[in-house]
Design a protein around this ligand. Structure first.
Ligand code: AMP
Ligand code: GLY
Length: 424
């Protein structure tokens, strides 16, 4: 079968790497791909926001299955269009992708179906939002309603910061994504990510992970898309997974179906493990990046039947086999990220760095020019190791990263610290 993957990040590199190992594959395409994918797939310069162009390509190349990596094309309805054209696709339709596209929608769903989450209010004007903030007190969380590339969440320590955030959002800082906002109680505990494949009715748990969102060591400084991750998440033991499935995942899948918005694809629950148990922080409607890279390293069985079952049905009957080892991923980013950063700096010695059998280097913002690899994005490389413990995986990932010669980039040296402090 011929498959097309949409996307260009480390997440899509790892999905493509895993799909390429499937015996079901004849031709594997990726649009647009990046500088690291040329050996495992055919990179094509398609514009995924032009749905006609994607459909035409699928017809021309006989594509039987499209795997949509990022959230933007999903929220934008690429999944719907492919469905209308009878081309099977992995990823929800737009009316289900609203779980990520509107934080207010998700909060209302939680309220209606009794899903544990932070107390909240939804607002489309500043004055009532400020009155609510004054009643609740600080610390408090202010969120732009729509997609804001992970930057639309302000953790306000004081009422003044909260009021400023409200003014910034309604002042247009996040464009259309800030036409509405959500004010939320601040939750305390340990964060974890839980992934579940669903066909709209049945579920297949698909792993746990934890990521490091802040740019600086000790989890300090501004938020990023994620500077590293590891899987499994030690805090998600069997009992916590069962509670999360029963209290959060199943009510969501049933609730979405009851609302006429059946969700097919991967539900990525961002959780806070509080002293009361798991609470939902947010849903994403695609795999996490860099969490996906760690999941793909641990998955031993063929991923293609599992992804396809989300649109076919009976996803719970697909057998999956996972390594019990830990995969840990360290992100290398361009100097300046998450602010403005340099482009077109050269990266050397990747082959030697990735030579160990348990290490894979997934690319993100890179391009290949002649035989050189150039950095062209903020997050650029994902050095991922699979080893018996978090500590060993960390050591192996950093041994590899230290061999990379890239003066234009930086990385955090403490990925996995929380799990290692716990003794995992
Ligand atoms: P989100 O985009 O909603 O996942 O938020 C980004 C990050 O902000 C989360 O990963 C948390 O670290 C933090 N966050 C969001 N909402 C809350 C909350 N209600 N309480 C504590 N932390 C939060
Ligand atoms: N690493 C967090 C995310 O993909 O949203």
């Amino acid at each position: 079968m011929n498959i097309l993957v949409i996307g260009s990040g480390g997440r899509e590199h790892s999905l493509t790497w895993k799909i390429a190992q499937s015996p079901l594959i004849e031709k594997l395409y990726v649009a647009p791909g990046n500088g690291g994918m040329g050996d495992i797939a055919i990179c094509v310069a398609l514009n995924s926001s032009n749905h006609d162009e994607v459909v035409e390509f699928c017809r021309e190349k006989n594509i039987e299955f499209v795997v949509i990596g990022p959230e933007a094309p999903l929220v934008d309805g690429l999944g719907d269009r492919l469905k209308d054209e009878n081309i099977a696709a992995f990823g929800p339709t737009a009316n289900a992708a609203i779980l990520e596209g509107s934080k207010g929608f998700t909060k209302d769903l939680c309220a209606k179906y009794n899903i544990p989450t932070a107390a909240y209010g939804r607002f489309s004007e500043a004055e009532p939002a400020k009155r609510f903030v004054a009643q609740q007190g600080a610390p408090i969380v202010i969120k732009a309603d729509g997609l804001a590339a992970g930057k639309g969440v302000i953790m306000a320590e004081t009422l003044e910061q909260a009021n400023d955030a409200i003014d910034d959002i309604f002042g247009g800082q996040f464009g259309e994504a800030g036409a509405e906002l959500v004010v939320e109680e601040m939750l305390f505990g340990e964060e974890a990510s839980f992934f579940v494949l669903t066909d709209g009715e049945n579920i297949l748990p698909f792993g746990t992970a934890q990521d490091h969102k802040r740019v600086g060591e000790g989890d300090t400084g501004p938020n990023t898309g994620g500077m590293g991750a590891y899987s499994p998440a030690p805090v998600m033991d069997a009992a916590m997974i069962e509670r999360t499935i029963n209290e959060i995942i199943i009510p969501t899948v049933k609730g979405m179906a009851a609302e006429g918005r059946p969700f097919q694809g991967v539900l990525f629950a961002g959780l806070m493990i509080t002293n009361k148990g798991p609470e939902l922080i947010e849903y994403n409607v695609r795999f996490g990046d860099p969490e996906c890279q760690t999941l793909m390293m641990r998955l031993k069985s063929d991923i293609v039947p599992a992804l396809m079952a989300c649109s076919i049905g009976n996803v719970h009957e697909v057998e999956t086999d996972w390594s019990d080892d830990t995969a840990l991923n360290v992100v290398m980013a361009a100097n300046g990220y998450p602010g403005s950063y340099d482009k077109n700096t050269e990266i050397n010695n990747l082959d030697q760095a990735g030579a160990a059998e348990n290490v894979v280097i997934f690319h993100a913002g890179t391009k290949k020019e002649n035989d050189s690899i150039l950095a062209i994005g903020g997050r650029v490389l994902n050095i991922t190791a699979l080893s018996a413990t978090v500590k060993q995986a960390k050591e192996d990932a950093y041994t590899a990263i230290n061999k990379i010669n890239w003066p234009g980039g930086f990385f955090r040296r403490d990925i996995g610290w929380r799990a290692i402090d716990r003794g995992d």
